[in-house]
Design a protein around this ligand. Sequence first.
Ligand SMILES: [Zn+2]
Length: 170
Amino acid sequence: MVRKFLGDPTAPLALKRGDKVASPRGDGKPDPHQFGRVVDGWCDVADTGSGPYTTSYTVEMDGHPEGRFSVQEFGYVVLSDDDFVRLRLQRKWREGLLVRHRRVAERLEPGKTPSTAILVGTGSGEACEACDEPILPTHGKVSYTRASGPPMYLHRRCDELWDELEFGTS
Ligand SMILES: [Zn+2]
């Protein structure tokens, strides 16, 4: 038996570094408390090349790089980009890093009316507060003014996902 590691082009691994996965809950849906990106992995193959017989991946917990967990073959759910943003939004709400009800409650001064969304069109490298990726000139951007401080910038897609999660609409 030979152990082959992630990054070795001859390793028959289904996932690669940076892939987004979650542990499954009992119902098979992604566990919102245990998801992140693959940072390492290995598998055992027979000397004859057959296999792999055992596969294991190390996953870095989203937002908590020190909190790594392992998943074995079939013991994970692969996340789409949208699913990843959904889980990340839920995590940030849970951890108090983002405020839900952003349209009505976010740091508004007494007597002020909530701001409305401003469609700016395209990004110029601002960080999206939902997914943390830069909003590039090829991306749609939505910005929300705040009572104080810089506006909140979101990818248009991330903004839609937020609305779906928070209001059940898009
Ligand atoms: Zn985004």
